[in-house]
Design a protein around this ligand. Structure first.
Ligand code: AMP
Ligand code: MG
Length: 416
């Protein structure tokens, strides 16, 4: 019997998004090899081992202000205390002597606190008169001092294995004197497009052809993830060519990603090749866009066969390939960041599948963060991805969304 239109929204064979993500995670075997790289090159790389601090940061107590270092006991309870200024201490130049009772030392920000002193009074709160300084009431013993180990204590774990290093991490490692970092080898990812209708860019379009755009979005998505990219080109819907491409891809890669050829009608053909070379399952995911997905192993490599529609490629990449590749790279936390914000307008949705609508996160007239749709949501409308800065994730059982309803969004943050 023919299925009624719309019935497939509730197909019990459709796999929920979370379940698909969980099953893919189980297939990932993180890259084990490590390499040691100079600190600057460690940006965006995944840390291979915990880093414990060899020292206290800051290494010694120092001043948080330009002012006067003194003994907290000399602070006046009321009126003024007049102290003798016995020297000046600059950052990088420790004070040789000691601050005694009734004495103070002129001190600059970052300069080591002289022996005897435990408190700094800002210069704006002091009145200098020759070799004396007058301090008023209202100060607290111990103020304006950065203590040794306040930021990082010696021996503590500063950065844990599995972290992808951000600019602040490079600075933190530098503050420990670390010049080289052990990171995981970058995963090698081979990819190609399939389809007889596809024409490579740079050549004139023949009748019935469209340009192969997926290979370029995939290139961009993979490059942003910092993996080693191996572009195997455009493969026609031809048994021998497909088999050859899969074999070449599997040879040296940690992961193989393809676009197209996994929907009903085409799957049998690709399926045959994949079954011959590895273990691959074909899933229908309860999501929109991006229903068909082929998942498994091709030799030693993780295999993800993404659908062909340009938006479906990006949606399935973001939901499945990105977390899988980040786990493959050795990252321990790979969940996409999610926020909840009100919808600025009505969003159309049919119940049955999780929608990943393209959205624009912006401020409304009152300055509140809201999300609106990019407009037409067809899985072939790739400009909807260009215009979007987030996915609007609408749960499977939801229907239309009324304006003002809180919805979940996944901001792109440059990764898509
Ligand atoms: P398929 O999954 O191969 O059936 O493809 C689904 C739709 O996506 C078809 O309209 C294809 O023409 C289109 N498509 C497949 N591969 C690409 C590609 N590399 N670039 C642009 N469109 C594609
Ligand atoms: Mg095709």
């Amino acid at each position: 019997m023919l299925q009624a239109p719309g019935c497939d929204e509730y197909d019990p064979n459709n796999l929920p998004v979370e379940e698909a993500r969980r099953r893919i995670a189980q297939l990932v075997r993180p890259v084990a090899e490590t390499e040691t790289v100079p600190l600057r090159e460690a940006l965006d790389r995944v840390l291979a081992a915990d880093v414990a601090s060899p020292l206290d940061v800051p290494p010694a107590a120092n001043s948080a202000m330009d002012g006067y270092a003194l003994r907290g006991a000399d602070l006046p309870a009321g009126g003024e205390a007049v102290l003798e200024v016995v020297g000046t201490v600059f950052a990088g130049h420790p004070f040789a002597g000691e601050v005694g009772p009734g004495q103070a030392v002129r001190i600059m920000t970052g300069a080591p606190l002289p022996r005897g002193a435990d408190t700094v009074v800002m210069q704006e709160h002091a009145r200098r008169e020759g070799d004396r300084v007058a301090i008023g009431p209202g100060h607290r013993p111990g103020q304006n001092v950065r203590h040794a180990g306040e930021d990082i204590a010696r021996g503590s774990t500063v950065l844990a294995a599995g972290r992808r290093l951000v600019p602040a991490d490079l600075g933190v490692l530098a503050s420990l004197g670390v010049a080289e970092v052990a990171v995981r080898r970058r995963p090698r990812v081979a990819f190609f497009s399939t389809g007889d209708e596809l024409c490579p860019v740079g050549e004139p379009l023949a009748e019935g052809q469209i340009y192969d755009s997926n290979r370029y979005t995939l290139h961009g998505l993979l490059a942003r993830l910092g993996v080693e990219v191996q572009d195997l080109g455009l493969i026609p819907d031809d048994r021998a060519a497909i088999e050859d491409a899969f074999a070449r891809a599997a040879a040296g890669a940690d992961a193989v990603i393809t676009s197209g050829g996994v929907s009903v009608g085409e799957a049998d053909f690709v399926k045959e090749t994949l079954e011959k070379l590895g273990q691959v399952n074909f899933w229908k995911i309860a999501m929109k866009p991006g229903k068909p997905l082929a998942v498994g192993r091709l030799g030693e490599a993780l295999f993800l066969g993404l659908p062909g529609n340009p938006v479906s490629v990006m949606a399935t990449f973001y939901q499945f390939a990105q977390p899988a590749l980040r786990a493959l790279a050795g990252e321990s936390h790979t969940e996409p960041l999610a926020l909840r914000v009100p919808a600025a307008e009505r969003l159309r949705k049919r119940p049955g599948r999780t929608d990943f609508q393209r959205g624009v996160l912006e401020r409304d007239a009152a300055g509140r963060l809201v999300v609106r749709s990019t407009g037409a949501q067809g899985s072939h409308v790739l400009t909807s991805m260009s215009r979007a800065n987030c996915f609007i994730v609408l749960p499977a059982d939801w229907g239309d969304v009324e304006p003002g309803t809180e919805v979940e969004v996944q901001p792109f943050f440059g990764l898509v």
